[in-house]
Design a protein around this ligand. Sequence first.
Ligand SMILES: [Zn+2]
Length: 86
Amino acid sequence: MYLTCPQCHSNHVNKNGFNRLNKQLYKCQDCGRQFVLHPAKGPVSQETLELIDRLLLEKISLAGIARAVKVSEVRFPPNFVPQGLT
Ligand SMILES: [Zn+2]
């Protein structure tokens, strides 16, 4: 696999452990930028939040839902309070 830094497009990229979601981390040796491959981009859509809400009603854990909808838990809006948790 051919890796390039998302910031400076250097090929001098090394593996740099895992983040708390167990994703492989990479670090650029040229600019020092640390990144994961194919991170989700943009805000979480309202549609996805509604899906998360429905999944919570099925007693699925937030971590499981995050994996299912491919949205990192940390990217849930800070003020997002799913009805399933109340
Ligand atoms: Zn770089």
